[in-house]
Write a protein that binds this ligand. Structure first.
Ligand SMILES: [Zn+2]
Length: 105
C-alpha cells in the first residue's frame, strides 16, 4: 500500500520524514520564470534544517529571477532509471562569509 505524499494534516511533514522514503526528489518550480530544479531531500535538509516540506518555498528564492514567493514545491518519486536522466542540483559547499561590523565609540 503506497503512502500518500502529503499527509492530511498540514505542518506535519518534514524533509527528514520525506527522506525516509527512497527515490524521492524535490521539484522546485518558479511560477514566474518557469525555471525548475530537482533537489535531494538530504541536501535541502543540510541547508535549511529539518523544516516542513511546505515551508521550503519560504526559505528559498528562485535562482533564475531572484524572486521569492513564486516557487512551488513538490515531492516527486523517480525510478532508478529516471534518476539517471534527471539533472539534480546537488549541494557542493556552504560558504560562510566573514564580515566585520564596526561601531564608533
Ligand atoms: Zn524565477
Amino acid at each position: 500500500m503506497p503512502e500518500p505524499y502529503w499527509p492530511k494534516r498540514k505542518n506535519s511533514y518534514t524533509l527528514g520524514d520525506a527522506e525516509r522514503m527512497p527515490g524521492r526528489l524535490v521539484r522546485i518550480r518558479c511560477r514566474y520564470c518557469k525555471r525548475e530544479h530537482f533537489y535531494e531531500l538530504g541536501d535541502l535538509r543540510v541547508v535549511l534544517g529539518n523544516i516542513e516540506v511546505d515551508d521550503v518555498v519560504y526559505a528559498m528564492k528562485c535562482s533564475g529571477c531572484g524572486k521569492d514567493r513564486t516557487l512551488d514545491v513538490e515531492l516527486v518519486s523517480v525510478s532508478a532509471g529516471d534518476r539517471q536522466k534527471t539533472t539534480v542540483r546537488r549541494l557542493v559547499a556552504i560558504r560562510y562569509l566573514r564580515r566585520p561590523v564596526w561601531r564608533d565609540e
